[in-house]
Each structure stands twice: as C-alpha cells, then as structure tokens.
Design a protein. Structure first.
Length: 243
C-alpha cells in the first residue's frame, strides 16, 4: 500500500485526476469504478477541467459505481446516478449507456441484480481503476463493519453511523433510505488498481485504522492492506493520526 499525503484537498484531487488521465490516455476503453459522497466532488471538478482543456476524453470509458440506495430510481435527486450526472457525467463526453449503477427497485430481486452487476463488470474486462472514499466507520462502498471479505454485489442494511453521517445530504423531513446495493469487498479487491481518497480531520481515525490497524472485517477498509496495487491519497488533516 502506497500512502501519499498532499497539502490540500485540491492537491489530492489534482493528483487523482492525473492518475485517471494517465490511465485513459493509455487505455481509451478503460473501466473505472467510481464513488459518490463529498470526497470525490473536487476530483470530478478537476476531471471536467481536464476534459474542457482537451487533455482527456471519456468517449470510450465504461464506469461502474460502487453503490446505489435501494428502491431509489436513477432520476430521484437523492440517487447516486443523479449525483454522478450532476457532478460529472453531464459535463463530459461519456456515453451514459456505459455508466452502470446497481439499481434495485422494490419488487426486483436484489440477488439477481447483484449477480448481473458482477457479470457486467466481468464482461467489461474487469475494473482497471477503482476510486474509493472511506466511511468514518471504515466502510468502503457500503460494506459496513462485519461485511465478508468474500462478498460480491448485494443488498446491505446501513449502520446507524452511516445513516447519521449521510443525513447531512437529506432535508429534515425527506425519506432517507437505510438499505443500499453495493459492490462487495471481493468485487472491489478484483480491481487492478485502487485509489482510496480521504480528506478532512473527521476521517483521521479511520485512516489510521486503514493503514496500521489489524485486518478485520470489523474494519472493512483494512483488507486493502493485502491488495497489490493500492494508493491511499490523503490531505494533511486526514493523515494527522497516522502513526
Ligand atoms: C459512496 C461510497 C461511500 C463513501 C463514504 C465516504 O459511493 O461508497 O463508501 O465513499 O461513505 O463518504 P464521504 O465522501 O461523503 O465522506
């Protein structure tokens, strides 16, 4: 595991965007695994800048998002598809039919949708580069503590900690889902390269446990210590408790 500490969140975004640019310029039909949440927003802004400067094109890129809330349609303002459209896809030249989400609506079979998502990833040639954020409880995707390291894409119930952390994104009386479809830990580990981004002091404990904690399903991100090609990119605040 390589750990890179940057001065600012902007520098983190710059660094990761340049890795993505390098990959896509080398392999134009690359497959990216993408994350939502607050952390990658600056990265997506930087990718849009690179695209506008003609430094990269996403025309042949395929993407798989890590997760999607259960029973939230892609047009819903709270959906992760909506998020990706707003912060990235609407502003670059990606073919949206190649941008995938594990969407599962009420009445649909989550097991089948999970299996199908796994097949789509395999058919796309696997994920070349997976971008991850980090939950303050150590989750990656929505693989909450106690998730199996063998897990594939499936439905998960979110912990109260994650629901509380994400409540900032919902209005007071708005419905906040407590379940999500998520790539499994083994799905994530199958990516050829992984970049985990963490910024801000509120991630510093989780970052310390990720880098030097025991590998345990109680701390899902810790399993990344075993992946051959992981880069953890932090700002100063997120790295403040690394020992
Ligand atoms: C989002 C995801 C989550 C987030 C994590 C951190 O697709 O998979 O694991 O990366 O919850 O979220 P933020 O960046 O909002 O702190």
């Amino acid at each position: 595991m390589e750990v890179i500490i940057c001065d600012t969140q902007e520098a983190v975004a710059d660094r990761v965007a340049n890795y993505i640019k390098y990959l896509i310029n080398k392999k134009e039909n690359a497959t990216l695994g993408l994350a939502t949440g607050s952390t990658p927003i600056k990265l997506y802004k930087k990718l849009i800048e690179l695209y506008n400067n003609n430094e990269v094109t996403f025309k042949k890129t395929t993407t798989f998002n890590l997760d999607e809330y259960y029973n939230i349609d892609g047009d819903n303002i709270q959906s992760y598809r909506y998020f990706m459209n707003k912060y990235l896809f609407n502003k670059i030249d990606i073919d949206k039919s190649k941008a995938h989400f594990p969407i599962c609506l009420e009445g649909e079979n989550p097991n089948l949708i999970g299996d199908l998502y796994e097949k789509k990833i395999i058919n796309a040639g696997g994920i070349d580069l997976q971008i991850l954020g980090l939950g303050s409880n150590g989750h990656i995707g929505f693989n909450e503590p106690s998730s199996s390291f063998m897990s594939k894409t499936r439905i998960k119930t979110l912990t109260q900690k994650t629901i509380d952390d994400n409540s900032r994104l919902f209005n007071k009386n708005e419905y906040q889902p407590n379940m999500a479809m998520t790539m499994g830990i083994s799905t994530i580990l199958n990516a050829k390269y992984i970049i985990l981004i963490a910024t801000g002091e509120n991630k510093s404990d989780a970052v310390n446990r990720l880098i030097s904690g025991a590998i345990s399903s109680k701390n899902p991100a810790s399993i990344l210590q075993n992946h051959k090609n992981v880069i953890v990119i932090l700002d100063e605040d997120a790295s403040s408790k690394v020992n």
